[in-house]
Design a protein around this ligand. Sequence first.
Ligand code: NDP
Length: 476
Amino acid sequence: MEFRNFIGGEWRETAAASANINPSDISDVIGYAAESDAAEIDHAVGAAKAAAVSWSASTPQQRFDVLDFIGSELLARKDELGHLLAREEGKTLAEGIAETARAGQIFKFFAGEALRGGGEAMASVRPGVGVEITRSPVGVVGLITPWNFPMAIPAWKTAPALAYGNAVVLKPAELTPGCAHALAEIIARSGLPDGVFNLVLGKGKVTGARLVEHRDTDAISFTGSAETGSEIAATCGRLRKKLQMEMGGKNPMVVLDDADLDLAVEACLNGAFYSTGQRCTASSRLIVAGGIHDRFVASLTGRIAALRVGNALDRATEIGPVVDGRQLDKDLSYLDIAAKEGGQVFGGQTLQRTTNGFFLAPALITETNSGMRINQEEVFGPIASVSRVEDYEAALQVANDTPFGLSAGICTGSLKHATHFKANAEAGMVMVNLPTAGVDYHVPFGGTKGSSFGGREQGAHAKEFYSKIKTSYTFA
Ligand code: NDP
């Protein structure tokens, strides 16, 4: 299988290609992906720019029809595309199918948004004058996405971009070209005019960087690591370019003495380890009150030990492989760092399975404190730490002791503490008696502090980034 660039309505031949490897079985080469140079980005941005004006004038019905078509096909093919996703990224088949369905639902939601449009009209403070506040497309939007949600994140950027009338150049992560290619194939048949959506595959430092600095990209939406985000922000700041970024997390999950123990254990198990812990919203810091701590740790380690780690395509698997060898090395190095800092590591050994893949037993590190690196730096693997705290006040203080602010959770039976936590947790999303990961597709997604920058993604609030506002005064 060849994964090629899609530019100006055409699938492009490119000479250089990189192998797309299944992390559950490294002998399985899924295909070869174009390794583009900066000139391909220039070509794609040119095609987008040429198409942007007429698409910005398209009717809500045209936009609805295109987005609805894409959403319907994603939903109809969720099993097949979910299989591709699991094969290429390593999350389980069930997770891959659910993510593909979510991508379909996102396109359906934004099909509706195209129709809802909006704007405001009001009287001026001056007699005889009317005021209108309208929205128009931003223009050419560059979308840069990570490997961990290879279908959903391209969907939640592309769908609003098109719904609000923009032209798009998508640069997906190098590790997961297959899902982006499959999405582009659907978009190519959706009735969208040539050039409105373009896909360029290749290394981020070459293609992503070019997309950010290109003078004809009017806005950049990025999801990925904080390090890459800082580079992109510097360039966009210099060029005064509109920017939205979603980056890492170090999400706290507080468990108070009055929590339902079984519910808390399930929420932490799911939040910390599902999708191999490779979620920006993963519950990587478990902050547990002293009265429940020992029972919680005993129950959670029992559940962790029973998790079935294996080939993502095996239906019995609950935890798939780590995405690649580099990420596996990073996970192992953090287990080492945590142990040297005094943490007690449960699990965390590499595992042999019938296929040769990057399998890691989920790990829980107990006896940690907030100053340790394991509690301050994002790992992005099936690893969670436990910090013991005295009471709710101490838990909140530890929960907020992080440079990140994406998602925060609390397990408690106390309405008073839940209410206080919702108001005072320094995070863009707060969960009560729910895992920190796992969100709805029709409401805003994003964080505070070092996790996010710019307007929110998803839901109707996405229009803040994907459109610009004009205020018109009329004296009649
Ligand atoms: P990276 O930051 O390495 O890569 C993200 C994207 O940026 C990739 O497409 C990458 O291309 C590209 N890129 C790399 N370097 C540059 C550059 N200099 N200029 C422009 N683009 C570049 O992140 P990962 O793919 O490793 O994803 C994991 C990270 O994403 C985690 O830190 C995680 O927390 C974060 N994340 C955040 C989410 C959120 O919503 N808050 C959601 C999901 C993930 P290439 O792949 O070719 O290197």
